[in-house]
Design a protein around this ligand. Structure first.
Ligand SMILES: [Zn+2]
Length: 433
């Protein structure tokens, strides 16, 4: 790797020192403060640190931390990988991630949706993975259509290989100005933000069609069933030519079908449909780096939990599995992971990182929770309680997560919490099992 210019070296070193001090004084993992100091001293630091590496950027409303981890795990098959493992997904976090692995030839950076255009410009990343866009933090975030439009502008004219979810119309629109796109049929259970065409505003028709994957039989591959099968996520505008791009990768239940038509069973440790979709994107991204599926897939299977998501905390014989859900699409994916035989604790806060406006609670269909014990806590437990009452979901209000856990019989319980509620539980119950 070529040497950084002196000023950038100094900025990078001071940033690292600040990060170390920040950790030593208990002010977090230090990844943001170190990067901020580095950027203040050398505004081009991110560009300089990105130079001479092969980078992937990962952005979406949901799943970007997990997908970043999956891609990182896969690319470690090729060499050292710099990554922002703590979810510090703005430029200061990227500077810190790259500065702390100066010699890594690869980098995988989770990028906040709003910062993606700036980070594309600064890093010149060769590969960009885009999964989904949906309503999130309603009092802070801009309109997601505007976000997709900014992606389009940022990608136009760049020599970038985008890996994008063809089943999310807004992502398809946002990615389609890129010079090269590999489309992945990764699914889109949450459709409430994509009934209108992002190109012309007309209605999107969303219907199942008969579809046979491309490719055909490849030597050594399991033969494909060539019978047409329904694909629920096909979509097309009724009024203009914008329609679902032709995918070359498919998530097919518990497996991924690659562009040669070969079917790979995922068998992940991470639970749920959303993580299988993340894995499909990760496999396509790994292949963009020249890493074949057979080499990447075992690496994806090694990932057990990501920043505390899906880990279990234990107290007095109660084992609580933690699921993070920050917005309506995320809650839908969390419901998919729940064990139907278990009680569930729901905790909703409304601090800065959560967004103060929790009116999105009304967008979630909670009826799936009927028939199991439901416990409600968190700062906005009354808002959530009212919503559950309207949906005819019986529940119990509890003053704290600790009390909710104590109210369970010994054994397993599932927990869905939004951002700060999730972090509070992790901080209090740090004894993971
Ligand atoms: Zn249209």
């Amino acid at each position: 790797m070529t040497q950084l210019p002196l000023r950038a070296q100094l900025a990078s070193a001071l940033g690292r020192t600040a990060a170390t001090l920040s950790r030593a004084t208990g002010r977090g993992d230090g990844s943001v403060i170190g990067g901020r100091i580095g950027l203040a001293l050398e505004p081009d630091l991110l560009s300089k640190l990105a130079r001479d590496r092969r980078l992937a950027l990962v952005s979406a409303t949901n799943g970007k931390t997990t997908t970043t981890r999956l891609i990182t795990s896969a690319l470690q098959e090729l060499g050292d990988v710099a990554t922002n493992a703590f979810g510090a997904n703005m430029p200061a976090g990227h500077v810190s991630a790259l500065a702390s692995a100066k010699d890594a030839p690869y980098g995988v950076l989770e990028v906040d949706e709003k910062y993606l255009p700036a980070v594309i410009d600064a890093t010149g990343a060769g590969v960009i993975a885009l999964m989904n866009l949906s309503r999130d933090q309603m009092d802070r975030a801009g309109e997601i259509w505007l976000l997709a439009q900014k992606w389009r502008r940022a990608l136009a004219g760049k020599n970038t290989h985008v890996i994008a979810n063809a089943d999310d119309p807004l992502v398809a629109w946002g990615a389609s100005t890129a010079a090269r796109v590999t489309w992945v049929a990764a699914g889109q259970p949450w459709k409430e933000d994509s009934w209108c065409c992002p190109e012309c505003g007309g209605p999107l028709d969303r219907k199942g069609v008969d579809y046979t994957p491309p490719g055909g039989h490849v030597a050594g591959a399991a033969p494909l069933a060539m019978v047409p099968r329904p694909v629920e996520d096909d979509w097309a505008c009724r009024e203009c030519s914008f329609r679902r791009p032709q995918p070359s990768w498919f998530l097919d239940d518990d497996a991924v079908i690659d562009p040669r038509g070969q079917r790979w069973v995922l068998d992940l440790q991470l639970p749920g449909r959303a993580n299988r979709a993340n894995a499909a994107i990760a496999l396509a991204t790994a292949e963009a780096f020249g890493l074949p599926v057979q080499a990447a897939l075992p690496r994806l299977r090694e990932v057990r939990s990501v920043a505390g998501r899906y880990t279990t905390v234990e107290r007095d014989g109660r084992r609580a599995r933690l699921l993070l859900a920050k917005n309506p699409a995320g809650w839908l994916e969390a419901f998919d992971v729940l064990d139907r035989s278990l009680p569930v604790i729901l905790s909703v806060n409304a601090q800065g990182p959560d967004g103060r406006d929790t009116s999105w609670l009304w967008d979630v269909d909670y009826r799936v929770l009927r028939g199991r014990p439901v416990f409600v806590t968190g700062e906005r437990m009354l808002d959530l309680a009212l919503r559950l009452d309207v949906a005819n979901v019986p529940f119990q209000l509890v003053a704290s997560f600790e009390q909710a856990l104590a109210a369970q019989p010994p054994g397993k319980v599932d927990v869905i919490a939004n951002y700060t509620a999730f972090q509070q539980i992790r901080a209090e119950f740090d004894r993971a099992v």
